[in-house]
Design a binder for this molecule. Sequence first.
Ligand code: RNT
Ligand code: ZN
Length: 419
Amino acid sequence: MYDVVKGYELAKEFYGQYGIDVDKAIEICIKTPLSIHCWQGDDVVGFEKTAGGLTGGIQTTGNYPGKARTADELRADLEFAMKYIPGEKKVNLHANYQEADTFVDRDAIEPKHFEKWADWAVEKGIGLDFNPTYFSHPKSENGTLSNADEEIRKFWIEHGIRCRRIGQYFADRTGKPCVINHWTPDGDKEFPVDTLGPRMRLKDSYDQIFEATKDVKDVIDGIESKVFGIGLESYTVGSHEFCMGYVMSKKCDHIIMTLDTGHYHPTEVVSAKLGSVFAFTDSVLLHVSRPVRWDSDHVVAFDDETKAIMEELVRLNKLDKTYIATDFFDASINRTMAWIIGLRNVRKAMLAALLQPVEMMKELEAAGDKSARLAVTQEFKAAPFSLVWDYLCVKENAGLGMQWLDAAKKYESEVLSKR
Ligand code: RNT
Ligand code: ZN
């Protein structure tokens, strides 16, 4: 192990030259919550008594051994991974991660079916976020909230209503607001004749869900759009325009946009959207993922786009207005390692963004000095933030460098491989 404190002191000297307060950057970085998606741990299967295959146009690929088979196993895996993810954390659950003794359908779920999760979160001192599950269900085959069959649409509206009540239960239990993400896979393999009808039904369904639960408090609702899903390539009811239009038209503090990094055309990036979105809204929910050629939900990398998103949030001064959640599912590698790698990358990108001379860059820009602006942004791409990152990890007891890897290998041989 090298002298981490010495490295940190040196980095402080480096950043000090540009007036950057390293300790303040560390403090902001670790107090910004990251919401860890539970579904990386078991390939989005969940614990419903009838759990079948994953549908809704999303896919996990790979058959790596050791996935969580019960909620207790999933909690144990999350606990293990969380040790190596520095900073404030929340856990993000899906409705199909209920724990009921008998089969309870989606339109009948209640807070009591999530009591063990709430007990666990309270014990760990973390917040919980939530998602209605509008997929992997016999009634989701031809659409959910936009379904033309009124009985089926009612079923899913009831699901949304119950999820908001469960969200309030989580907020009450944990003392932290619950962020709910609403995503429906509804769409069509071919381009439909009537593209408006399903959207009017989806709009009405969301309206009904929010109207029926207007007494719910401490819940924030993200509306997630998507460009297409597998088998639903030609048409998505909840398109970007639809979801953005819905959120903006509601003019309501708790209803916000969810921007998933895999949900746009390949050359479109979320980092480039934030500056426009914040012109019309105070807050957004991010699903940080990594699309490779499509919405493949690869483990988040320490790549240009993840770094660019964090830079935008810091430069726009919106880090504390943004709910940052991860959303990826890779079944081809050790699943607890996937969490650790992806979440550490998000946190590291945040730190790198916080360690930049934003004021200086803004001044150069205001002065019209475009050459200097480019020079500074480029210079900082190779700044020694990893020395600060190492220090942050040690300070937060989250393992220095690759220490987590040895621990994760041990966890694999002692726990995961026995499943
Ligand atoms: C799907 C969306 C959605 C899901 C989760 C499991 O494309 O990104 O957020 O990944 O609800
Ligand atoms: Zn998503």
